[in-house]
Design a protein around this ligand. Structure first.
Ligand SMILES: [Zn+2]
Length: 444
């Protein structure tokens, strides 16, 4: 296909183009319409893309299957307008258990049929689905086998650490699989390990005790894995070339995780493994920023969490916490940051994330949080393109529109680099293409 339009490539060497040629699901040329046409056989279909074309948006932390199950339960299998699905998800209570225990395989497949068109309508072409059990992973495999997987999924297996790291490692060894298994549609990412709790329940592991809990043994928060088990699993990952994503929210947790990574790195370099701090939004220190960059560790950040929790965190922790989720500081330190949502626990609309990363607005007040940490337009778009592609361990295949990359793009109703920040929040998604095939077109 010859795609002609106003194209933002996110390739620093050629930031803008007027055309790109796609063949076999990948991009084969980018440039002027004549350049691109020259790469294709005569008579190739010409597609005039509306609006402004950007690389397909990637959510580097979206529980896609769980979001699908939630939508399935609330709205059933009939297609609904994206706005209605968004409103339903935003209003949903997530604590209700699934009726009759666990979803069946058929329900999981139905959930994936429901959620994919919805995320395509938001411009999302790929996700990292963080923390999957074997049953959940199996549903993705079956979805792909049936030809129903139309979204790129990087699946992070969640090893069971209840019986200790040694047992989990033995189980992984027995499976004999590893990061990278799969293809451009469904691929194993890193292992997912939970190091601490979350911000709003006071379970994130802080350096200081949570206010009012100074006398409690767990006053600093909740460390969910022992130091020795964490070391064992992280060292196993480094040895066996598994990538590793660590859920860690509080500064005390970030300190411990990075110390462990540094210890392991002294023996086995980890810089090319895509080890990732997931969330890392509560009180990362200057030292954390530098150490993360030096180790080549990535950060998966979620503006939607700051948007949702900002006011509550200030109530609990005081004014300093307005500097939570300092994406600009990570970037300034040289860390690669992927954007995401942590949907369906937080609003999964990437337009909200882009807008929040620019403005640092939080829900419930007009006053932004440390707006000097707001990103410039290109850095914000990079979160959901090049940055999220890196966290997807696909930085050389996705996140940019350049030859050799996959033909995943989104046409937006505004130019996200020059439009007003306000317009970003509701910018129309006009079309979404994955692997050179258009999977969504707006009705308007
Ligand atoms: Zn999550």
């Amino acid at each position: 296909m010859l795609v002609v339009g106003d194209i933002i490539t996110m390739d620093p060497a050629h930031p803008r183009a007027d055309a790109m040629a796609t063949s076999g699901g990948a991009i084969v040329a980018v440039g002027t319409p004549a350049d691109a046409a020259a790469a294709l056989p005569p008579g190739t279909v010409v597609h005039h893309a509306p609006g402004t074309v950007v690389p397909g948006l990637i959510d580097s932390h979206l529980h896609l299957q769980w979001a699908g199950l939630l939508l399935l339960r609330l709205l059933g299998e009939e297609p609904v307008a994206p706005d209605q699905a968004l409103a339903t998800l935003d209003a949903a209570t997530l604590t209700e258990p699934w009726p009759d225990g666990e979803p069946t395989r058929a329900q999981r497949l139905a959930a994936l049929r429901v959620i994919q068109p919805f995320v395509h309508a938001l411009g999302i072409t790929g996700v990292v689905d963080p923390a999957l059990t074997p049953v959940e992973l199996g549903a993705y495999v079956e979805c792909q086998r049936r030809g129903e997987l139309k979204t790129r999924v990087v699946a992070m297996p969640h090893p069971d650490l209840e019986s200790g790291a040694e047992a989990a490692i033995a189980a992984l060894e027995a499976l004999g699989v590893g990061t990278g298994l799969g293809d451009d549609w469904l691929q194993l990412g890193g292992l997912k390990v939970y190091f601490d709790g979350v911000g709003m329940s006071g379970t994130a592991l802080r350096r200081e005790p949570w206010p009012g809990r100074e006398r409690q043994a767990d006053g600093h928060g909740w460390q969910r894995v022992s130091d020795s088990d964490f070391y064992a699993i992280a060292a196993y990952c480094a040895r066996s070339r598994w990538s590793l994503g660590v859920h860690v929210v509080g500064g005390g947790g970030i300190d411990r995780v990075l110390e462990t990574f540094a210890q392991i790195n002294a023996d086995i370099p980890i810089a090319d493994l895509g080890f990732t701090l997931i969330h890392a939004y509560l009180e990362p220190s200057e030292a954390n920023l530098g150490q993360t960059a030096a180790l080549g560790v990535l950060v998966a950040a979620q503006p939607a969490i700051h948007w949702t929790n900002g006011v509550g965190l200030v109530q609990r922790l005081g004014n300093g916490v307005e500097r939570a989720n300092p994406i600009a500081s990570w970037l300034d330190a040289g860390v690669t940051v992927g954007g995401g949502s942590d949907g369906p626990y937080f609003p999964l609309d990437p337009r909200l994330g882009l807008w929040q990363a620019r403005t640092r607005q939080v829900a419930g007040t007009e006053v932004p949080h440390a707006p000097e940490l707001g990103l410039d337009p290109t850095a914000a778009l990079a979160l959901y393109t090049t940055g999220a592609a890196a966290v997807s361990l696909a930085g050389s295949r996705r996140g940019q529109l350049q030859p050799g990359f996959l033909a995943d793009w989104v046409a937006l109703g505004v130019d996200p680099l020059s439009t007003s920040t306000e317009a970003l929040r509701t910018m129309p998604v006009l079309e979404t293409a994955i692997g050179g095939a258009i999977v969504y077109r707006s009705a308007a």
